[in-house]
Design a protein around this ligand. Structure first.
Ligand SMILES: C[S@@+](CC[C@H](N)C(=O)[O-])C[C@H]1O[C@@H](n2cnc3c(N)ncnc32)[C@H](O)[C@@H]1O
Length: 261
């Protein structure tokens, strides 16, 4: 963990979430929508203990990124649609999903599948960005870049939706049927507690962050260069690129749910 935690990160709620994670013995853990494996890395650093990690993702390309990032740690990765998992009922001690609910075509189905494969008494952990609440200008810019990305993915037929509000997330979690649900909010994700660049990230206008967002927008638009909506979305992208120079960029706030089956 970074030795000297910046004030914004210290007051964000991330430390409380890390402490909660530190009370959980994870056992055999399933991570759904693993992508590059960031959440598995965070859990490895924060949980009280664990026996094994299995990450699944519908995208082989994303799992390849996880394979690279997690090459030195014992993690199993499988390409699988989480709407219909090949695991028996009551199989894992912990199931988790991070930043993925708004990527799911049928999120209720996936959350129900996760519940099915979780052992009675097992831990259900969710980390997800949300769209409402007291988010600052730099976070609102993150939301607008995200929404542009959602529109481009939608044009390309890739399931991707705008971030849910806190109430919509609570409603989705209520439907799972978990017990002992605890909810946390944080303006920074827990992984920032381990990032050497966290102090710089306190400044939304730092050059790396502004340049990164501008490049992300260009790269995203390049994916639909031949589409009839390109000109309209490019204008929107250009306007966000101008705004980021003024407001800077910070990640959207995050919600955490801890429940049991
Ligand atoms: C934003 S990424 C997840 C990020 C990662 N969990 C983290 O915390 O850094 C969302 C992932 O969900 C995956 N995904 C979308 N639909 C899925 C499904 N039906 N089954 C499994 N994975 C899915 C996508 O391929 C993508 O890799």
């Amino acid at each position: 963990m970074i030795a000297d935690i910046p004030d914004g990160l210290r007051g964000s709620g991330a430390i409380e979430v890390r402490e909660k994670l530190g009370t959980i013995s994870g056992g055999d853990i399933l991570d759904v929508g693993t992508e590059a494996g960031d959440f598995i890395k965070t859990l490895m650093r924060t949980l009280k203990g664990y026996s094994s990690f299995l990450g699944i993702d519908i995208s082989a390309d994303d799992l390849q990124k996880a394979g690279e990032q997690l090459k030195d740690v014992p993690v199993e990765l499988m390409e699988m649609n989480a709407e219909s998992m090949s695991f028996p009922d009551n199989h894992f001690d912990t199931v988790c999903i991070s930043y993925s609910i708004h990527h799911l075509e049928h999120s209720d189905t996936v959350l129900a599948e996760m519940y099915r494969v979780l052992k009675p008494g097992g831990h259900f952990i969710i980390q997800e960005l949300y769209s409402d609440g007291e988010q600052n200008e730099a976070q609102r810019l993150d939301r607008d870049v995200h929404n542009l990305n959602v529109r481009i993915d939608t044009i390309l037929g890739i399931p991707h939706f705008e971030a849910l509000t806190r109430q919509e997330l609570k409603d989705a979690v209520n439907k799972i049927g978990l017990t002992a649900v605890e909810v946390y909010e944080s303006s920074w994700p827990v992984k920032c507690l381990f990032c050497e660049e966290a102090r710089d990230c306190e400044n939304p206008l730092r050059k790396e962050s502004v340049d990164f967002m501008r490049k992300e927008i260009d790269a995203d638009l390049a994916r639909i260069i031949d589409h009839p909506s390109y000109d309209e979305l490019r204008r929107e992208g250009e306007s966000i690129k101008e705004r980021v120079k003024v407001t800077g960029h910070s990640p959207a706030s995050v919600m955490y749910f801890f429940g049991k089956k």
